[in-house]
Design a protein around this ligand. Structure first.
Ligand code: COD
Ligand code: ATP
Length: 198
């Protein structure tokens, strides 16, 4: 079984691309989803977050207060590192559990936004896809989806490996600067290619 890494800048279209692979019957492991699950109400990371950051970062339902934590960690590198120190090992263990449980014959997709900063994931993946999207499209999509300001988007992008560097590091690039239709054709071609991987 091959593991294909899928990454891209915030709001670039990783989930949209992953959903097209899913329609082909491909299994997708999504580290953002795992991060959400372990910080939901009664999630296993919640006690460690309270210990490190205090109960003010937990909402009334017992889940991580994502807005408050986002404001903190994308303006404070050491806080981000503390949060990552809590969450990343748990996420990595869960990824390995899911890979073992899936028992796929051909390939699966592993979606990791920080892939090119994460040597332990790069050890698992056979090839890596970068979903490319230009800055203006990212800002306008995140304004529409999350109501983010340009400043908020800039703060998050500043913590991520640059678009140019990720394009150089990727084996395959999916261009998502225009409409959705063209995405499907690009994913279809990659799907055929990955089915042939030895
Ligand atoms: C700060 C948090 C609470 C903000 O939550 P929010 O719901 O706004 O974002 P969500 O988790 O859905 O992530 C959306 C995108 O933000 C970007 N992002 C998330 N975490 C990070 C990070 N540590 N560094 C850089 N970018 C990040 C990615 O592009 C990701 O796709 C959340 O992002 C978080 O818990 N981050 C730390 C965990 C992590 O590193 N996750 C990445 C998957 S391994
Ligand atoms: N080609 C496109 N045209 C228009 N809107 C798009 C396109 N691709 C994605 N979007 C929209 O842009 C937003 C971001 O896309 P998506 O959620 O797939 O990105 P992501 O990389 O998974 O985001 P995140 O980094 O926040 O997890 C969504 O609202 C999605 O519907």
């Amino acid at each position: 079984m091959k593991v294909i890494g899928l990454t891209g800048l915030i709001g670039s279209g990783k989930t949209t691309v992953a959903n097209i692979f899913i329609r082909h019957g491909v299994k997708v492991i999504d580290t953002d989803q795992i991060a959400h699950d372990i910080t939901a109400s009664n999630g296993i990371a919640i006690p460690m977050i309270i210990k490190q950051f205090g109960a003010r970062y937990i909402d009334n339902s017992g889940a991580l207060s994502r807005d408050k934590m986002r404001e903190l960690v994308f303006g404070d590198e050491s806080a981000r590192e503390e949060l990552e120190k809590i969450l990343h090992p748990i996420i990595f263990d869960e990824v390995n559990r899911q890979i073992a449980a899936f028992n796929v014959e051909s390939y699966l997709i592993l979606m990791v936004p920080l892939l090119f900063k994460s040597p332990r994931y790069l050890k698992i993946t056979s090839r890596n896809i970068f979903v490319d999207c230009n800055y203006d499209a990212i800002v306008s999509r995140l304004k529409a989806r999350n109501n983010f300001t340009q400043h908020q988007v800039d703060n998050i992008l500043a913590t991520q490996v640059t678009r140019e560097k990720q394009m150089l590091l990727a084996d395959d690039i999916i261009y998502n600067n225009g409409g959705i239709d063209n995405l499907e054709q690009q994913v279809n071609l990659l799907h055929e290619k990955y089915l042939q991987l030895k």
